[in-house]
Design a binder for this molecule. Sequence first.
Ligand SMILES: O=C1C[C@@](O)(C(=O)O)C[C@@H](O)[C@@H]1O
Length: 223
Amino acid sequence: MNFESLVLAAVTADLTEESAAREHADAVEFRMDLAIDPLTTLDDYDGELPILATNRTEAEGGEAAEKSERLDVLRRAAEHPAVEAIDIELAAIAESDGRDVVEHAHEHDASVVVSAHDFSGTPSRSELRETLSRACEHGDVGKLATTATSIDDVLVLLSVTRDLDANGHRVATMAMGATGRHSRAIAPLYGSRIAYAPVDPNEATAPGQYDLATLADLLDALR
Ligand SMILES: O=C1C[C@@](O)(C(=O)O)C[C@@H](O)[C@@H]1O
């Protein structure tokens, strides 16, 4: 997965759902933090879609406890042939353990998405730019999900997306929540390289997600 063009990632904690995602998605985001036995689940995987492996911390909207074991699981996931990319939080990169995971993933030919999430709001333009630029420094893709409380928040996020993309960076952005929902369909027009939707519409992993078929249709219509 090189993210040269948009990747529609179907999100799930249950890899047996992959066949249901195949029609619409380019990849599966495996939310290891939400799975019961993620490494065994990965070993049993015999699907067709490549995997983006995520082991999200509680601080960034997931359920993985922030212990060294969390990064070990991510590290082991990167070794799996079906895992073509991993997602690691920018916050984890501040520690050398996190940077080791990035290096390990690259050694195993997995791309790295370096991500940051803000569930309370959308910071100022300069902060967004700063955060996304730092994420891009460490990852093959820098990803930023913020919460929009007004459409102006969406506008500024799209503008920063466009800016970084035009400067040759690979970014993925989305505004979470009802107000920012439309950004999930239009951010790719401004350079965002990943769009997320749950395989099971009842198992959304972030506020404002469309179901997979709807997002696929919207993206197709806007392409
Ligand atoms: O970070 C992201 C983006 C996301 O939070 C979203 O807003 O769609 C969904 C998560 O599953 C994924 O890891």
